[in-house]
Design a protein around this ligand. Structure first.
Ligand code: SF4
Ligand code: SF4
Length: 273
């Protein structure tokens, strides 16, 4: 949507609807909204994790503080993630593999019109997989190569992936990349120029899909996601299902946005504005 259209909608007074919080079509979340949402218990876990009914619920989530984000920090975060996960740098958009990437507000929130828009127009945004609570990508995968784990992480099994790319078509956020070319070839070229491979994370083959994995391999070792470690003032990671968690506390105090909330995918990535 162009800025002209945004301005028109504002003049037409539609932005006042946001203040009423009247519809899921508006992604603006006032402080405390998540508390109410979680209490009503309509998160995915309720009906898919019966076996775990007695255990504590987990739904991992990431908060990205747009007020604290600068272009330098965004670059550092992207670099850290792509280094940790051996993501090659093809240098052309067609082959590009993106786990986390920088974009403009206009692209991140094309239908947004709220009182914060004018400030946000000039902020960098970081986009990544939203680890949706109702992930359409997992629903369409014919071989269950991508699936929602009980902790909320939408995982991807590179060995199972048959490269049909249904998940890419189903993801409304462009969060998935396809290896059209052999990533190992580019990594080798980059290594010749001094790039270091992370030997603890597998490289992928040509013909498979990949995306952010919420650093599941680091979580397994008791570490924080790489992006959180790189910029802990920007990235906040925690359990959305636990009302005493860091993320719930922050969401109680800050206004936040989630991308394309109206689609019912229930993203677990929040933008603090
Ligand atoms: S953002 Fe896309 S890839 Fe990530 S869980 Fe949601 S639908 Fe799937
Ligand atoms: S959680 Fe891990 S994989 Fe996802 S963007 Fe952050 S560093 Fe990358």
């Amino acid at each position: 949507m162009s800025m002209d259209r945004r301005k028109f909608l504002k003049v037409a007074g539609l932005s006042t609807l946001v203040g009423l919080g009247s519809s899921g079509a508006f992604e603006l979340l006032k402080p405390g909204r998540v508390d109410a949402e979680m209490e009503h218990g309509h998160h995915h876990g309720e009906h898919h994790e019966k076996a775990e009914e007695t255990g504590p619920k987990t739904r991992l989530a990431m908060l990205i503080d747009i007020k604290a984000l600068t272009r330098e920090k965004a670059e550092k975060i992207v670099h850290t993630c792509h280094h940790l996960h051996n993501v090659p740098n093809w240098g052309d958009p067609k082959n590009e593999i993106k786990w986390i990437w920088e974009d403009e507000f206009e692209h991140a929130f094309p239908d947004s019109y709220n009182e914060y828009d004018e400030i946000l127009e000039h902020s960098p945004f970081l986009l990544m997989c939203n680890h949706c609570d109702e992930p359409p990508c997992a629903r369409v995968c014919p071989v269950e190569a991508t699936f929602r784990r009980p902790d909320g992480i939408v995982a991807q099994d590179y060995h199972r992936c048959i490269g049909c790319r249904f998940c890419m078509a189903a993801c409304p956020y462009g969060s998935r990349s396809f290896n059209w070319l052999d990533p190992r070839v580019m990594l080798k070229k980059e290594m010749a120029k001094g790039r270091k491979l992370n030997k603890r994370f597998p490289t992928r083959m040509r013909g498979v899909v990949e995306k952010c994995n919420f650093c599941v391999e680091r979580l397994a070792e008791g570490k924080k996601p790489g992006c959180v470690e790189a910029c802990p003032d920007v990235m906040h990671f925690g359990n959305l299902a636990d009302e005493n968690s860091n993320v719930r506390k922050i969401l109680r105090e800050r206004v936040s946005l989630r991308r394309k909330l109206e689609l019912g995918t229930k993203p677990s990535v929040f933008y603090l504005i």
